[in-house]
Design a protein around this ligand. Structure first.
Ligand SMILES: [Zn+2]
Length: 311
């Protein structure tokens, strides 16, 4: 399987290459600078996620594209893109500016590369279909899946910051009766989930899981749990967002009221969406949109009343 995104990226860093046999591509060699494209890179991913390369003139060889990127002093952005596409040995890797960056699991596969014989991949795809995730969603959110490694049989849902850099990801099992439903990287959750897709001038929806946010479609931030992390809280408070919809499970009512109070104190208009025991991802976009339109802003009196109900 040849990763076209990876080929495009390498072309943009090393200059356009020429396709040769078996998913290989020939580039000009940054080591000997021979005038003909004599550096051959293997783009068909092998089990270890390596892309072996070899120059037929100077005999320089390696297994990783990152080595070539270092040789030509590729920009941080190019390295980030590379790690997003193929990963590296560890979740964290030092990039040339010595800044720690998060990367997607190295075993990640993309639905665009799926084949008829990829049974696990097809199961992953049907899981997404059953959850109402469309092809457009898959592309928009850059969803992938793993069939091996730490995130085996999980959908990978990346989260990107406003600049498009990966800031978190979630693994969600696509098995019928999973032993572990969710698995997260060992990194801070104190980020702005799905920040790339947020318009801070429009009403915001706070929900629990990434699939909820995808189902809501517009301006939704998953809390990745029931708590509101400090960075997200500050970002919302400081933003010009006026209306905030809180769509959390009824078992998170106490937290929801706490956030509501905080936002109201900051002059925001808060809407508490009554989910009636269903997740937004279960009810779907249309139903949820109707629910949101029916919801009235929370008054100080409502807030007090709802707090009293919890006692
Ligand atoms: Zn060479």
């Amino acid at each position: 399987m040849v990763n076209e995104l990876l080929i495009n990226l390498v072309n943009s860093v090393l200059g356009s290459g020429k396709r040769t046999a078996r998913g290989n591509q020939a580039h000009s060699c940054p080591y000997c600078n021979h005038h003909k494209p004599k550096l051959e890179i293997n783009f068909s991913q092998n089990k270890k996620g390596y892309n072996p390369w070899h120059c037929w003139v100077c005999d320089k060889k390696g297994t990783r594209i990152s080595t070539l990127f270092k040789k030509v002093k590729a920009s941080t952005e190019k390295f980030d893109e590379l790690y997003k596409l193929i990963g590296n040995e560890q979740e964290y890797t030092q990039n040339p500016t010595d800044k720690k960056i998060l990367r997607l699991p190295k075993e990640i596969k993309y639905f665009s590369d799926i084949t008829m014989s990829d049974i696990e991949g097809r199961r992953a795809l049907s899981y997404l279909k059953n959850r109402g995730i469309t092809k457009e969603d898959i592309i928009k959110y850059n969803l992938g899946y793993c069939t091996s490694g730490r995130y085996q049989n999980m959908i990978i849902i990346p989260s990107y910051d406003e600049k498009g850099h990966l800031n978190y990801f979630t693994g969600r099992s696509f098995e019928d009766k999973p032993y572990i439903k969710y698995r997260n990287p060992e990194t801070s959750r104190n980020i702005i989930p799905f920040e790339l897709f947020i318009n801070w001038n429009l009403p915001l929806v706070l929900c629990e899981g990434p699939f909820d946010a995808i189902a809501i479609k517009r301006n939704a931030i998953p809390l990745l749990g029931k708590n509101l992390q400090q960075n997200l809280l500050m970002k919302i408070v400081k933003s010009t967002v006026e209306k905030i919809y809180i769509a959390l499970d009824s078992d998170a009512r106490k937290q929801a009221l706490k956030f509501a109070e905080k936002f109201m104190d900051e002059g925001k208009e808060v809407y508490l969406v009554e989910l009636e025991g269903k997740d937004p991802s279960e009810m779907g976009f249309n139903y949820f949109t109707n629910l949101i339109q029916k919801t009235l802003p929370l008054s100080q009196y409502d807030l007090m009343e709802k707090k009293l109900q919890l006692i």
